[in-house]
Design a protein around this ligand. Structure first.
Ligand code: RAT
Ligand code: ZN
Length: 434
């Protein structure tokens, strides 16, 4: 017998479960914020940030094409003008039906605002009356997020200086730091120049002494930030071992040395997971700037090879291509040190979240992390989680219905503990945080 109220029960339990958000680009107010007048604040919030999200920049150029509005004209506009342009063309002149557009509407509605305004002025007025720090609490409460994991770009000069100047920068209990190290594993020569300038005795070939110095760099940042994990995004061409690629350029071998002889040993030693976000081809259309990147199919064999070669390391893995998702599940069935997470970026759409979550439940039970928000603007936590929760609850309902048909007694307690595992405990257990 199936329960006619099952769907409502599952949706309620999923909505009530606080989420530990594993990957965002949100920052605590002490990193400075977008309305603090410095123009350098890292915490982005408010209507102009929401409407100029890079997903929406890409979308507006599809309707007001560069022959009508050249890229450089757009970039010369103030942020207010860009936001007005996007609002007019994507939200007023057309139905805001895309996921990124609908997200702005959900966010405004849940903040208590009417999303049908023809101009942004009423929203600007409302946000101007909010206090940044109190707004963090409000957004976390509406989104029901209990912890926001940041992305701390230690190779970014501005952010690096903030950390050096303020030893308690990472102490806001609402936010958890993450050391992000893309240049170390994607472009070691570039990373090595920076490390040298910062006083570490490294070289572009990463010879023996340089390895110790590169480890010292990573350890220093782990000490300074006390991260939940260390992360990098990798191109679709990422392969391990690099030598398995014919005519592999020397740079690949050095990047691999940085990964296998610096990063992984340090993380094993420090008991930290390594998050690999694989499949982004950066700068496909550079004129779009922050919206320039595309996705590409990567090789999941690289992930399996790493998990096998480094059993003492834990790997959080998300892949950008839809085509990689099944193979990633297969690999996760073989390696307990591999945790698939999230429906990343171009996959963060309800239809794809549903199909990926369904496949993961079927292949991995509840042993995965179904979603992270990837929010860049604080307020986006509201819609990213609202939309994802609905998609996850739809699939869980279907699965519990199947269990009931098989004669299994599904109770509220069963549902509650599964949902807690999926939205909170798997993340905390794998990252070994409270
Ligand atoms: O999802 C995004 O906003 C992307 O621009 C990226 O930041 C991506 O999530 C990443 O972490 O590299
Ligand atoms: Zn991200």
């Amino acid at each position: 017998m199936t329960d006619p109220n099952l769907s409502a029960t599952v949706h309620r339990i999923v909505a009530d479960q606080p989420v530990t958000d594993l990957h965002t680009h949100c920052f605590a107010p002490r990193f400075g914020h977008s309305t603090d007048g410095t123009g350098r604040g890292l915490m982005l919030w408010g209507i102009d940030e929401l409407v100029t999200y890079h997903y929406l920049i890409a979308e507006v150029f599809r309707v007001v094409t560069p022959d009508k509005l050249p890229y450089d004209h757009f970039w010369k506009m103030s942020q207010t003008q860009r936001a007005d342009h996007i609002w007019k063309h994507l939200f007023v002149d057309r139905t805001p039906i895309s996921e990124a557009c609908r997200g702005v509407l959900t966010t405004l509605s849940k903040l208590g605002l009417d999303p049908n305004e023809k101009t942004l002025d009423p929203y600007r007025k409302w946000f101007a009356d909010q206090d940044a720090d109190a707004h963090v609490d409000k957004v976390m409460q509406i989104a029901n997020v209990d912890s926001i994991t940041m992305t701390n770009e230690v190779f970014d000069e501005h952010e690096r200086q903030l950390w050096l100047d303020n030893p308690s920068l990472g102490d806001d209990p609402r936010f958890r730091p993450v050391v992000r190290i893309d240049p170390m594993v994607c472009d070691w020569p570039d990373a090595s120049e920076k490390l040298s300038a910062w006083g570490y005795q490294v070289n572009s070939d990463l010879t023996a002494g340089a390895i110790d110095e590169a480890k010292r760099f990573l350890n220093d940042w782990i000490d300074r930030t006390r991260p939940a994990y260390v992360a990098a995004s990798l191109p679709p061409t990422f392969m391990y071992p690099a030598s398995s690629v014919k005519n592999s350029p020397a740079s690949r071998a050095t990047n691999e040395t940085a990964l296998t002889q610096v990063v992984l040993p340090v993380l094993e030693d420090r008991g930290l997971s390594f998050a690999m976000m694989i499949g982004v081809h950066r700068g496909a259309n550079p004129s779009l700037r922050s919206a320039a990147d595309i996705s590409g199919k990567a090789d999941t064999q690289a992930v399996a090879n790493l998990c096998a070669a480094f059993p003492g390391n834990r790997f959080l893995v998300t892949m950008l291509s839809l085509e990689n998702q099944h193979e990633l599940c297969v690999a996760a069935r073989k390696f307990g040190n591999l945790m698939p997470f999230g429906c990343w970026w171009f996959l963060n759409n309800p239809s794809i979240i549903e199909s990926m979550t369904r496949m993961r439940l079927e292949m991995l039970g509840t042993g995965f992390i179904p979603q992270h928000s990837d929010a860049r603007i604080l307020d986006q936590l509201i819609y990213k989680w609202d939309h994802s929760r609905r998609a996850i609850a739809n699939v869980l309902t279907e699965k519990y219905d199947g269990l009931a048909r098989a004669g299994y007694r599904v109770t509220e307690h069963t549902i509650r503990s599964d949902v807690q595992r999926l939205l909170r405990d798997n993340t905390r257990a794998f990252c070994q945080t409270r």
